[in-house]
Design a protein around this ligand. Sequence first.
Ligand SMILES: Nc1nc2c(ncn2[C@@H]2O[C@H](COP(=O)(O)OP(=O)(O)OP(=O)(O)O)[C@@H](O)[C@H]2O)c(=O)[nH]1
Length: 306
Amino acid sequence: MTPEFRSGFACFVGRPNAGKSTLTNAIVGQKVAITSSRPQTTRTTVRGIVHRPDVQLILVDTPGLHRPRTLLGERLNDLVRTTWAEVDVVAVCFPCDQKIGPGDRYLVAELAKVGRTTTLAVATKTDLADPQRVAEHLLDIAELGRETGTDWAEIVPVSATSGDQVDLLTDLLAQRMPPGPAFYPDGELTDAPEESIVAELVREAALEGVRDELPHSIAVVVEEMGLREDRPEDKPLLDIHAIVYVERDSQKGIVIGRKGARLKQVGADARRQIEAMLGTPAYLELRVKVAKDWQRNPKQLRRLGF
Ligand SMILES: Nc1nc2c(ncn2[C@@H]2O[C@H](COP(=O)(O)OP(=O)(O)OP(=O)(O)O)[C@@H](O)[C@H]2O)c(=O)[nH]1
């Protein structure tokens, strides 16, 4: 008898910078979610899809949960909680290079309130800690489970960067998917529309090297995207017009740079990534606009897709 097909959803949660996006990418085997060394990079729920002969595992990448200070912050937290309630497995990431802290406790306690999904603990970034420290970290995670009444289905150490134990984690997640038919066609790796992937790649490039509060002020919207007409079939060109939004005039200057140098670099970096991701040469036009205090303004948030 062939085993029953399984299919379901899992998500990684954890404090900002815990390595959730990198782990999603490592499991899917292709760049799907954007990553950066800056916390709170992830804003949208991007799915990565793992296809196996007997299982389909859909990974949902959520923003970090934090104490909300703006309307955007509140919306993000709502999005996180909704995701927790809907998925089959939640995997909490605890980076090995950092001690368990109040942020982790808050998150696990909040997660315990949702209380219906299977929870796994993942000790991420094992390559950054020596074995002794990893062992201590695993004990701390177990202790946190006892404190919060969380019954970890597994505690798995992994390194997304070196790939160590990534396959094991994938197996453990896959095993916990419920029986059911596939949700997505074979071979599809993400259901994020191409426009949103492109917008995220532009945002990722724009975040490179900016400091302080500016990273949180940047949002990108793709206004128009389509294959240029009058091109020979074997030489397609994708035209993309995107807008980089900031919150204040002063930030506009920073993003554009001296004589437009920074924006040009951002465009070149993003275009390379877009071409690699979509497999088509692209022409990318970027403009920078100010959307005053968009993180606090409901109308602006809607326009920017939140
Ligand atoms: N050495 C090492 N670095 C890692 C590993 N996983 C992630 N990182 C780095 O940690 C940083 C944060 O990784 P992300 O995957 O963006 O973290 P995240 O949890 O998705 O972050 P947010 O979206 O901000 O919540 C990046 O600089 C990654 O390169 C790992 O296994 N080993």
